[in-house]
Design a protein around this ligand. Structure first.
Ligand SMILES: Cc1ncc(COP(=O)(O)O)c(C=O)c1O
Length: 444
């Protein structure tokens, strides 16, 4: 299992010294041993054989982070036949209406590139719904870029706005992509702690002074994910206003990841940062279809930003991917036209799933931090007495048959997450039942 996503802990690998270059040249055969490629008869050469002597082929940037631990845990779950409560994808079907819309689009030959910044129907639907949900007027021609998932929207945005030496403020624990995203864009991530609730049913909180200290003249942006993965925190208006005030004072952009916008519990309200006074011109709002419509494999997301920033995002997006899947964008327009009751049912369904899994976790010995939104539950594993979260997660996947995500993958310093693991509950009742049955072994 990969240790963790690390943005700072890992040092960049230095190019080999002259002495070691010499010895590696001596070790390498003069001509690579070639094996016959069975399919086309051409010689097959391994990547290792192809590297030129002494050349440092890898970007220094990739030395700053490891592979995604979350995605690695899915592979571990498959390897060990474990119930996968690690990666956040639903194991139940997407709504029939939107699957039919995708089928219709393919049948109607919507099979070629869409406009690079997004199919008009989808952009119109996004603009319309931002008006309905957040009261924001958006120009679909000038302010929206449709990307390959919100993942691409985030990295395209960071690449479009960051210069070397810029700093990006990130609350931690954080969704693991943000660290590598900042590094790839040349920016330096600066982390501010979210502290777990002291008592049952409490909130994750941050220290206002610590947040203020993270802002200075080098700060280009803050990444804000609400509802939050992994904590389930939904930022309150007061907290957002505090962040807004800092953004205005230090002339900083807010880049918000709102992909769990509709997954809310106990009457919590999702407030888009862009809707706050003073933020319209300094917010990039990122969202997508993956979580709201249970289609994580479709890869359709978007960034909504003022025209100048959108122009820059569109340029990066164009050269990165050209465009998101055309027929699925048409299905996206249909999805965004679903009635309000769809969203009410979505949230209610997730509340049932949360309330299904949490008691099973508690009786197995986990301390659960009750989420207010999104579909994850962060837990404290101190009661099990393991060395750390990684060894516990290994034990769970291999011996108990349940895959989770070790808490350390959400922190810059792995010690901060050493007593936590995260469970995803975007699963069918029978999947949660099976997980509960297996986890019960921990209590014996
Ligand atoms: C906070 C957050 N942002 C983005 C993503 C990825 O979204 P997408 O599928 O739209 O790329 C995830 C997936 O788990 C997530 O939790």
């Amino acid at each position: 299992m990969a240790d963790r996503t690390s943005t700072q802990r890992k040092k960049v690998k230095k190019p080999p010294s002259r002495a070691s270059r010499k010895s590696s040249r001596q070790e390498r055969p003069q001509s690579p041993r070639l094996a016959k490629n069975a399919r086309n008869g051409a010689p097959a050469v391994s990547g290792a054989q192809l590297s030129a002597p002494g050349k440092h082929f890898l970007s220094d940037k990739v030395g700053h982070f490891t592979e995604s631990v979350i995605r690695e845990m899915t592979r571990q779950a498959m390897l060990h036949g474990a119930v996968n409560l690690a990666q956040g994808f639903p194991d139940f079907p997407a709504p029939a209406e939107i699957k039919q819309a995708a089928q219709r689009a393919v049948a109607a030959d919507v099979n070629q590139y869409a406009i690079t910044w997004g199919a008009k129907n989808l952009r119109n639907a996004i603009a319309r719904q931002m008006g309905v949900w957040q009261g924001i007027i958006v120009d679909p021609e000038k302010e929206i870029t449709v990307c390959c998932g919100s993942t691409e929207a985030m990295i395209s945005t960071l690449l479009a706005v960051c210069n070397a030496g810029d700093e990006v403020v990130i609350f931690e624990p954080f969704y693991e992509n943000y660290g590598p995203d900042s590094v790839l864009s040349g920016a330096k991530p600066k982390f501010v702690k979210l502290r777990p609730p002291a008592a049952d049913g409490g909130e994750w909180t941050f220290d206002e002074k610590e947040l203020r200290r993270a802002f200075d003249k080098h700060t280009k942006a803050i990444i804000l994910n609400t509802p939050n993965n992994p904590t389930g925190k939904v930022f309150t208006r007061r907290e957002l206003e505090l962040i807004r005030d800092l953004c205005v004072e230090f002339d900083v952009l807010a880049i918000t990841d709102e992909i769990y916008e509709h997954i809310l519990y106990e009457g919590t309200e999702h407030i888009s940062m862009v809707s706050l006074e003073g933020m319209r011109e300094r917010t990039v709002t990122i969202n997508g279809m993956s979580k709201t419509y249970s289609v994580t494999g479709w890869r359709v997301g978007w960034a909504v930003a003022p025209e100048k920033i959108t122009n820059a995002i569109r340029k990066v997006h164009d050269f990165l991917t050209v465009g998101a899947p055309a027929p699925l964008q048409e299905a996206g327009a249909a999805a965004l036209s679903l009635p309000a009751e769809y969203y009410a049912n979505l949230a209610a369904g997730y509340r049932v799933r949360r309330d299904h899994l949490m008691p099973a976790l508690t009786s197995a010995g986990f301390q659960c931090f009750r989420p207010r939104g999104a579909y994850y539950v962060m837990t404290d594993i101190s009661a099990f007495g393991f060395k750390d979260d990684v060894s516990f997660a290994k034990y769970l996947v291999q011996e108990i048959g349940v895959a989770t995500v070790p808490g350390s993958s959400f922190y810059r310093d792995p010690r901060d997450g050493a007593k936590q693991v995260r469970f995803a509950f975007c699963k069918k009742p029978e999947t949660l039942d099976e997980a509960a049955r297996r986890l019960a072994k921990l209590a014996r």
